[in-house]
Design a protein around this ligand. Structure first.
Ligand SMILES: *[C@@H]1O[C@H](CO)[C@@H](O)[C@H](O)[C@H]1NC(C)=O
Ligand SMILES: *[C@@H]1O[C@H](CO)[C@@H](O)[C@H](O)[C@H]1NC(C)=O
Ligand SMILES: *[C@@H]1O[C@H](CO)[C@@H](O)[C@H](O)[C@H]1NC(C)=O
Ligand SMILES: *[C@@H]1O[C@H](CO)[C@@H](O)[C@H](O)[C@H]1NC(C)=O
Ligand SMILES: *[C@@H]1O[C@H](CO)[C@@H](O)[C@H](O)[C@H]1NC(C)=O
Ligand SMILES: *[C@@H]1O[C@H](CO)[C@@H](O)[C@H](O)[C@H]1NC(C)=O
Ligand SMILES: *[C@@H]1O[C@H](CO)[C@@H](O)[C@H](O)[C@H]1NC(C)=O
Ligand SMILES: *[C@@H]1O[C@H](CO)[C@@H](O)[C@H](O)[C@H]1NC(C)=O
Ligand SMILES: *[C@@H]1O[C@H](CO)[C@@H](O)[C@H](O)[C@H]1NC(C)=O
Length: 495
């Protein structure tokens, strides 16, 4: 048997993760918010596996959870961390608290964890108005702490605001901030301008549509085309608005312009649509949520801005990754998630950056494996069924084939179960196998593939050991460039 038991065997694992990230070449992206107010939150490692499986390239955390930030290390996923509203008051009154926060929650993780932004508080002006006077000081102290640690160019600082700070957002050209916060807003925008940051906006067409009570057609909220005689037009500018989100983002641009800050980019830190609601929430449906979020992605990756700022693309974070079943409020409040904790999509969400590499998310990221505590006899029965009647392709787990090792019932069953599940699930195949199977986000089929077996001893006259290693790495690299499906290659070197 090959593997760690043979003394003198060197083993190089080459993991070739072919991840097409959920962003396009010009940098436009759609990220996802990760709320955690739920009873069955998966472990941080499982959350990160799900993010990868669903090709999510940007996430926003509402806090700076140590375990999540550690799990996100070395992943190339960009991370926005949050100063919670509870923390804002203290930080806004104490530069040393701000410095300690940055040291503990940001500096400690960079560069392995790619933290690129800090959201200071969440809708502070509308949820804790008494903290308004310390909001901009908090941003300033955090920024100064970043300067002191030399991170100010990598990490942007801002503070997400609700659309409620703009009392009348339509028509966009006449929108302005509620004058109650004139001076705070002015200071905030001055800060964002000086530091090259962005205005963080939480924009929910769902709520405006529902509150509008029929004022706007639902197709407008869902980014669907409107009939010729029902176009939404701003009568001052004659700009035609093809979606409510475009109009909301433009309302923010015009509000900033009214205070003389014409070009601070808007970043949509939260948007989304609930897929389930109570009997008095008829618009919270699976179909609407699927339409909204898929069209949002299409809209954002289109790379154009809203009518007043066509060159500033709309980057956005979907609210949210999981359903948060512990959140208080109406039923819809607990059903904004796009992925169940077992890894299945709540509804198909078209991820990807162009039509050529778009994948159907409900078909990726979910694998079927043997339960670790399943009875071996039941597993053997499941294995035989999968490879026989189930028509799984079990040739790779036969003696001498790439997935024979590790040669035990758990690994062989996992391989066969997963092969069956991937082939048959679209036609109703399940991951049950008499209770011996379970789904996971970790691919069980990345078995050892023996690419090259070229004992060093036979050619030691020609190469020294280091050259031999470099040569083998080059071979593996070339091989990987050829076959996209190759997931993991092991090389055993007999020294
Ligand atoms: C990230 O990768 C580096 C280099 O491979 C390694 O030293 C570090 O321990 C990793 N960090 C974490 C948190 O896994
Ligand atoms: C982190 O994200 C920034 C912004 O996209 C990118 O320029 C940088 O290369 C990333 N850093 C790492 C280590 O991946
Ligand atoms: C502006 O905000 C204040 C404080 O929240 C509120 O009382 C007032 O009604 C708002 N103004 C408008 C026009 O909505
Ligand atoms: C807020 O600013 C606007 C525009 O500059 C101005 O018209 C308004 O009077 C100001 N309101 C207060 C309360 O300062
Ligand atoms: C994409 O951008 C073009 C040019 O700005 C625009 O005409 C088109 O309507 C946009 N499509 C979507 C789906 O927003
Ligand atoms: C995943 O969980 C959801 C919600 O609990 C459930 O409806 C679905 O059937 C599960 N999928 C699988 C493959 O277990
Ligand atoms: C079964 O899988 C092997 C590789 O593991 C492949 O060579 C073979 O063509 C497959 N057979 C069928 C019928 O798909
Ligand atoms: C074999 O099974 C064990 C236990 O289920 C698992 O940890 C391991 O990753 C599997 N190995 C392979 C190569 O699939
Ligand atoms: C994605 O795949 C699922 C299951 O195979 C299918 O029901 C669904 O219609 C597909 N969605 C799209 C957008 O192709």
């Amino acid at each position: 048997m090959l593997g760690p038991m043979i003394p003198g065997v060197w083993r190089i694992n080459v993991f070739l993760l072919l991840i097409f990230m959920f962003s396009n070449a010009s940098g436009t992206y759609v990220g996802v918010n990760i709320g955690t107010d739920m009873t069955d939150l998966p472990s941080p490692a499982d959350v990160v596996a799900l993010l990868k499986a669903h090709q999510i390239s940007h996430v926003r955390l509402f806090d700076a959870d140590r375990r999540m930030l550690t799990a996100l290390a070395n992943t190339s996923i960009e991370v926005m961390v949050g100063v919670t509203n509870e923390e804002v008051l203290g930080i806004g009154q104490s530069p040393s608290k701000a410095a300690a926060w940055v040291t503990k929650n940001v500096a400690a993780y960079l560069p392995e964890t790619n933290i690129t932004a800090i959201a200071v508080g969440s809708e502070v002006l509308t949820t804790i108005p008494n903290a308004a006077p310390v909001l901009v000081p908090a941003l300033n102290y955090i920024h100064r702490a970043l300067i002191a640690t030399n991170l100010n160019f990598q990490v942007k600082v801002s503070s997400p605001q609700s659309m409620d700070v703009i009392p009348r957002s339509f028509p966009p050209s006449t929108a302005s901030f509620n004058s109650t916060w004139n001076s705070t807003m002015y200071q905030l925008l001055q800060f964002l301008k000086n530091t090259g940051s962005y205005y963080m906006l939480n924009a929910y067409p769902y709520y405006d549509y529902v509150k509008g009570n029929g004022l706007f057609p639902i197709d407008y909220a869902l980014f669907k085309p409107l009939p010729k005689n029902k176009q939404i037009i701003d009568s001052n500018t004659l700009f035609q608005y093809s979606s409510m989100l475009d109009a909301m983002v433009d309302a923010a641009y015009y509000s900033m312009k009214a205070l003389n800050f014409p070009e601070i980019p808007v970043l949509v830190t939260e948007t989304g649509w609930p897929w389930l609601g109570g009997s008095n929430e008829p618009d919270a449906t699976m179909g609407n949520a699927e339409t909204y979020n898929n069209n949002l992605i299409r809209r954002a990756l289109n790379n154009s801005g809203p009518p007043s700022q066509p060159k500033l693309p709309i980057n956005a974070y979907i609210y949210e990754l999981f359903n948060e079943n512990n959140r208080p409020g109406p039923i819809s409040e607990q059903n904004w998630g796009v992925i169940f904790t077992n890894g299945t999509s709540v509804y198909p969400l078209t991820l990807g950056t162009s039509d050529s590499n778009r994948v159907n998310a409900s078909e990726t990221g979910l694998f079927c494996v043997a339960k670790p505590d399943a009875d071996p006899i039941a597993l053997k029965a499941g294995l035989d069924w999968a490879c026989g009647q189930g028509q799984a392709n079990c040739s790779a787990i036969q003696d001498g084939q790439p997935c024979f090792e590790p040669n035990n019932i758990y690994n062989h069953s996992s391989y066969a179960y997963n092969d069956y599940f991937q082939r048959k699930r679209s036609s109703g195949g399940t991951c049950v196998f008499d209770g011996t199977a379970m789904t996971t986000a970790i691919n069980p089929s990345k078995c050892h593939q023996l690419l090259w077996f070229f004992p060093y001893s036979t050619i030691s006259a020609a190469f020294n050991k280091n050259m031999y290693l470099i040569f083998l790495q080059a071979v593996v690299h070339a091989y990987s460039l050829e076959g996209e499906s190759l997931f993991c290659a092991d090389i055993f070197l007999l020294m």
